[in-house]
Ligand binder design. Structure first.
Ligand code: M6R
Length: 609
């Protein structure tokens, strides 16, 4: 998704902007650009494709100046091209703007501005903004009132960095619906859409709230409301390191993050388990609150929605509370039945996914209490939800979610166990047993990661497949959904996840000699049934890759390859069974020559509908 960086201070701006943009590359983008201000003139340079294309272009002469803004664009309106790349300038060249988000009324504004004589050169929605600010500057005395006036005419979402040639001592940052921070340092101040962009320079940041506008000077920052009134705001100190956001010796972020999973599990679990009990007080969830929950609604997108599928199974099984599950993009438009007694849980790694934010707002409007499970402190979801349970996975940079998924599962298991206990549905012995088992899982994850050769070998055998089918029953089906998404999004192998019993109702028609079926087999209750489904595909010539416990006695020749995981209680198996399949997906992608950190057409954080 698009990234924004801005700088004003004693240094030359463009090198700072490029370094910040390179830290945002992981978000996914298809063009990049910078603008800098010197001698009352804004110069802009843009290039389609990777940031390296822009760097190459700048060798022929870069914009000069110690105030500038930069952008990586992920196309929404108009193809990826030099012209459509940001920053965009107004008709007179006075104002330059970098924008994340979507302006919904841009066609209407374009028409109005066109009538007033403004010519448009790009296909973007963004281009209306610099024109509009230039128009408002004619009527207002000063940049801030002009920006306030211009923003009041925009519908949609934006994170904006604005440069005005006639206000050289200041940059403007504005946020509505798209995250933006302002970094503060002794060597100048910064604007960014994401904290990693400024981490080499500062840990002190302002997290802009909805509607806020920041005037960013070299030596101070003024924050204003959407109406232009001064707002006092506290600085937030970032506690994680630059190293944590960099690859640390691994060939890809995804691989590093897969290997960080034992730590992520420990970091998420340890603070919540005290003297043999689960403590969710940080989310202001008391035993009384939990006792009163009569229905749970779980909403998320992508991988986070797969975590919710596991959460649904765990909550229903343990706490006997009905759980409704939905993907956020459907939930928000289907007029869901919600009541103030429901607990709505939204799950999001980034805390910025547009559809999940909309679902959360809808649930709150309808009177539900919303609990967010998220990984990003200060994200929109974290700030707007009634309660927050953080997944302490650390920054997840790889577009394919791995450690965030595991920690989301863990938070949902903790909730399920505590909910069941508070409702008197889990005995003290079982409660203690579940907790003891959860505490072993980081070590068990480490055991899987200590011997990854079988996953690499499986990828070597199967990476040339055209289609791969994942099957499982119960919780294995939920994990299969995630395994299938992981594989397809980074290796581009077509794959589907099926409830194993459903295969023979249609999809089995696709199975032919040589097809690969990946079977997850960790659920004792349905192990025999799954075996029959495996036999059905074997009889049609399919090859079989099986994920199961180390001590499962697999019938001779049932599988061509087996990936083993340490035994755990079946309920928690998704926390382990996904790990070998993440690695299988990773190695398939690499062997097929793709960069798993930057899958085509995808972005880390999907901040548009
Ligand atoms: O940041 P979120 O958890 O809200 O993101 C949700 C999805 O966009 C995300 O999980 C996506 O499916 C990833 N590509 C999965 O690897």
């Amino acid at each position: 998704m698009c990234g924004i960086v801005g700088y004003i201070g004693p240094k030359e701006a463009v090198p700072v902007l490029l370094s910040g943009l390179s830290r945002l590359e992981y978000r996914g983008y298809d063009s990049a650009g910078v603008a800098a201000l010197s001698g009352g003139r804004i110069q802009v340079a843009k290039a389609r494709g990777k940031l390296s294309n822009l760097v190459e272009k700048l060798k022929g002469g870069a914009p000069k100046g110690s105030a500038g803004i930069g952008h990586t664009r992920w196309a929404t309106h108009g193809e990826p091209s030099d012209i459509n790349a940001h920053p965009h300038t107004g008709a007179s060249g006075r104002v330059a703007v970098a924008h994340n988000g979507i302006i919904e009324n841009y066609l209407q504004l374009k028409e109005e501005l066109g009538k007033a004589g403004y010519a448009f050169i790009s296909q973007t929605d963004t281009e209306v903004i610099p024109h509009l600010i230039e128009e408002c500057l004619k009527a207002e005395a000063g940049l801030l009132p002009a920006v306030v006036r211009a923003l009041s005419k925009l519908r949609g979402s934006y994170g904006l960095a604005i440069l005005d040639a006639q206000t050289p001592n200041c940059l403007v940052a504005a946020r509505r619906g798209s995250p933006l921070i302002v970094g503060v340092s002794a060597e100048g101040n910064y604007i960014a859409s994401d904290i990693p962009a400024v981490l080499p320079y500062t840990r002190e940041v302002y997290l802009l709230d909805e509607g806020e506008i920041a005037l960013v000077f070299e030596d101070r920052v003024e924050i204003h409301s959407a109406e232009g009134k001064r707002v006092e705001k506290e600085l937030y100190t970032v506690t994680w390191s630059v190293d944590a956001a960099e690859r640390g010796g691994y060939s890809h972020f995804m691989l590093k993050e897969i290997f960080e999973q034992p730590k992520a599990l420990r970091d998420t679990l340890v603070p919540r388990v005290r003297r043999g009990s689960i403590d969710l007080s940080e989310a202001a969830l008391s035993d009384e609150d939990l006792k009163g929950v009569s229905r749970v609604v779980l909403v998320a997108c992508g991988t986070a929605s797969h975590a919710c599928l596991v959460g649904k199974a765990a909550i229903e099984k343990l706490a006997r509370v009905p759980v409704e599950w939905d993907i956020a993009s459907e939930f928000r438009y289907r007029d869901p039945i919600l009541s103030p007694d429901d607990l709505c849980i939204v799950v999001s790694q980034s805390g910025e996914t547009a559809d999940t934010i909309a679902a959360m707002r809808l649930a709150r409007e309808r009177g539900c209490k919303v609990l967010a499970v998220t990984n990003v402190v200060g994200s929109t979801i974290a700030r707007e939800a009634d309660r927050v349970l953080y997944t302490w996975a650390g920054p997840e940079i790889g577009v394919a979610s791995t450690k965030a998924y595991l920690t989301q599962l863990l938070c949902l298991y903790l909730l399920a166990i505590q909910l069941a206990f508070d409702k008197g549905l889990v005995s003290e012995e079982d409660y203690a047993l579940y907790l003891r088992e959860l505490e072993t899982l980081p070590d068990k994850a480490e055991t899987i990661l200590s011997s990854t050769e079988p996953m690499r070998r499986a990828a070597e055998l199967f990476h040339a497949q055209k289609d791969i089918f994942f099957i499982g029953r119960g919780l294995d089906y939920a994990a299969a959904m995630e395994a299938s998404l992981k594989l397809k999004e980074i290796s581009y192998i077509h794959s589907e996840a099926m409830a194993a019993g459903e295969l023979k109702h249609g999809t089995i028609a696709l199975i032919e000699p040589g097809s690969l079926v990946v079977a997850l087999s960790t659920q004792g209750l349905v192990a025999d049934k799954l075996e029959s489904n495996i036999q059905e595909v074997r009889a049609r010539g399919a090859q079989l890759l099986c994920v199961t416990y180390g001590d499962t006695d697999l019938r001779e020749k049932l599988a061509d390859q087996v990936l083993r995981i340490p035994r755990t209680v079946d309920l928690f198996a998704p926390l382990l069974s996904i790990i070998p399949l993440q690695l299988f997906a990773y190695h398939c992608a690499v062997l097929r020559g793709y960069d798993p950190d930057k899958p085509r057409n995808l972005a880390k954080s999907v901040t548009v509908e």
